[in-house]
Design a protein around this ligand. Structure first.
Ligand code: UD1
Ligand code: CA
Length: 453
């Protein structure tokens, strides 16, 4: 009886055509790396074991994935996909299903892999316009696969076949062990082909089933940077389509980039050139203005972000206004009805309900209560060159323009700070505090004249 699932990811190829110091599977892809996308899809299948076969520059790969639960197998002197899986045989669980994934096809969908797992032995296949380079699926009368023939080994008539091997193959541990010990290198490339187990299975009356992929775009492998960019484009298209189907409107979908994971509600509107990075949760009715970058944020219902804003690790309660040209750095929390306007930078700062910092301000390590107005040009001086200190602004405070709040400092409830003040001590609640020189006119002052040569 088959009890568990083992996934074997083949990643021992050199990736020569990338022309890179970096291992192919570690190249950036939709917010992480090629291999991490494959791992993410693998986890969705709930496997009992994931085995990665590595070769060239394996240490780079291990170091990058040190926090993942992976069983590592080195393929010394790689000699084909069959050889790669042979290297993993000792690690396979008895009575398991074994799913072999190729390390360079990051668009594979968990739904398709689950369909494969409904069978004892199956290959994920695709019908393509240009089958060049792929293994061809040769079927017998009742639709089972009698063999997979590689491009270089195929006869002219076999090359006409347009159903191809995605590279993803599944059977049981018992079968894998039985058939993989019978393959040989008598082929055009002198390699051990994993695909040769298909004909052996057929001879055993245990043929593999061809399971067609639901979206042929998802089986494309990445061998060079052109294919990397094409795959990224397809991934972006799929992510955007998914968001749009969930209720997100995009003015120009092709210009929106998603580099991570999104949890989104309905009636969200995204303008051109927006980048969504990391893990974002976006509630209903949020609008994101053109050319904004949103990274690891939780945006509450009805948050409005005007163009050219940058938000990282920000939480908004909703129904608030941000930007244009706002820079909200990690640890910023914005309450309802609050406003953070143009050229305002915040960091580790809470802005209370209905409080406003509309222009040209730096707020760092700061807690602002409700119904406050922070005038243009206000700066929290939170750093003495060595340590950071906090500024507390209690409810109903008015800070006049061009003021500096030298932390640690507290502005009491309902206080007003006169414009142009440098506040070094706590300011009393309900009172006006100013700290600036009195205006005076200097009598008899002369404008400087230009020196004679
Ligand atoms: C393979 C299939 C082909 C299929 C195609 C789909 C075989 C013999 N052929 O061909 O039928 O249509 O994938 O993309 O399986 N790898 C190792 N060790 C090795 C060789 C390869 O780990 O010794 C890894 C590579 O890193 C890669 C994967 O296996 O991730 C596929 O290898 P590749 O050489 O690209 O196979 P293809 O010739 O494309
Ligand atoms: Ca390939």
């Amino acid at each position: 009886m088959v009890e568990s699932l083992n996934i074997v990811i083949l990643a021992a190829g050199k990736g020569t055509r990338m022309n890179s110091k970096k291992l192919k599977v570690l190249h950036s892809f939709a917010g992480s790396t090629i291999i991490e996308h494959i791992l993410h899809t693998s986890y969705a299948l709930n496997p009992s074991k994931i085995i990665v076969v590595y070769g060239h520059q394996g240490e780079q790969l291990k170091a990058h994935l040190k926090d993942e639960e992976i069983h590592w197998v080195e393929q010394v002197n790689p000699n084909g996909t069959g050889h790669a899986v042979q290297c993993a045989l000792p690690l396979l669980d008895e009575n398991a299903k074994v799913l072999v994934l190729v390390g360079d096809a990051p668009l594979i969908q968990a739904g398709d892999l689950n369909k494969l797992l409904e069978h004892t032995s199956a290959v994920l296949t695709a019908q393509v316009n240009n089958p060049f380079g792929y293994g061809r699926i040769i079927k017998n009368m009742d639709g089972f696969i009698s063999a997979i023939v590689e491009e270089k080994d195929a006869s002219p008539s076999q090359r006409q076949v347009d159903e191809i091997n995605s590279g993803i193959i599944m059977t049981t541990t018992t079968n894998m062990k039985k058939w993989l010990t019978q393959i040989n290198t008598n082929n055009a490339q002198g390699e051990l082909y994993l695909t040769d187990i298909i004909a052996l299975a057929h001879k055993d009356n245990n043929s593999f089933k061809a399971v067609p992929v639901s979206d042929a775009r998802t089986i494309n492998g990445i061998n060079d940077r052109v294919q990397l960019a094409k795959n990224e484009g397809i991934k972006q298209e799929m992510l955007r389509e998914n968001m749009m189907l969930q209720g997100v409107s995009m003015r120009d979908p092709n210009s929106v980039h998603i580099r991570g994971f999104i949890d989104c509600g309905e009636d969200i509107s995204i303008d051109v050139g927006v980048i969504l990075e990391g893990e974002n949760t976006i509630a209903d009715d949020v609008t994101i203005g053109a050319y904004s970058i949103i990274k690891n944020c939780i945006l509450g219902k009805g948050t409005r972000i005007a163009p050219h804003s940058m938000l990282e690790d920000v939480i908004t309660q909703g129904d608030c206004d941000i930007g244009p040209f706002a820079r909200l750095r990690p640890g910023t929390k914005i309450a309802t009805k609050a406003k953070v306007g143009n050229f305002v930078e915040t960091k580790k700062t809470t802005i209370g309900h209905n409080s406003k910092a509309s222009h040209l301000t730096y707020l760092g390590d700061c807690e602002i209560g409700d119904n406050c107005n922070i005038g243009a040009g206000t700066i929290t001086c939170n750093y003495d060159g060595v340590n950071k200190f906090k500024t507390i602004v209690e409810d109903e405070v008015f800070i006049g323009s061009d003021s500096q709040l030298i932390a640690p400092v507290t502005i009491g409830k309902g206080a007003t700070i006169g414009a142009g003040s440098t506040i070094t001590k706590d300011s009393e609640a309900g009172k006006l505090t100013l700290s600036r020189a009195k205006q005076r006119t200097v009598e008899g002052w002369q404008k400087p004249a230009k020196n004679k040569a």
